[in-house]
Design a binder for this molecule. Sequence first.
Ligand SMILES: Cc1cc2nc3c(=O)[nH]c(=O)nc-3n(C[C@H](O)[C@H](O)[C@H](O)COP(=O)(O)O)c2cc1C
Length: 171
Amino acid sequence: MLKPVDFDRTLILTSPHYYALLVTISKDNKVNVMGLSWFMFTSFSPLLIAISVGNTRHTYKNLKEIPEFSLCFPKPEIAEKAIQCGMFSGKYMDKLSELKLETIKSEKITPPVIKESIVAYECEVMDSFATGDHSIFIGKIKNCLGDIDAYEHIYVKDGYSTTVSIRYDIK
Ligand SMILES: Cc1cc2nc3c(=O)[nH]c(=O)nc-3n(C[C@H](O)[C@H](O)[C@H](O)COP(=O)(O)O)c2cc1C
């Protein structure tokens, strides 16, 4: 039966949620990676993806400097490291080197992609606007990468606090 609940409870009830790694670069070429659940596809033609980034994030600053990002869906092998990218800020640490996350060069944008991904989108920011304490960045997908032999990636559950990997059997 439906009854009033607080917002945090709705996040638990609607688990699991997508979890991706958003990779950006600063104007002095420092790569940063943060955890992100708030994204959506917004157009087929052109192919567009919208991400919501908190205005205080180090990632926000990077996106304003270099308007490009890769959005990478991590494999279970790096679940632990991936979740730490959503807990620590690039303002205070170099997450890639401290967490030993490997990247590979992107084909169409400056920020790299996370090597242990099932899918990665290389995007160029076309537009952005503030929405409360976050901002929406609209990315034009310039390149899609996928590991066609992989079938499992991670999601977050219970109010974004823990990860779960879900297997998808491709027919
Ligand atoms: C499961 C999970 C999902 C998250 N989703 C988002 C999101 O969609 N947007 C956002 O701005 N921050 C999100 N965060 C928080 C950022 O990843 C976190 O504040 C991070 O430390 C920011 O890193 P940065 O300062 O290096 O950019 C999420 C964190 C977790 C653990």
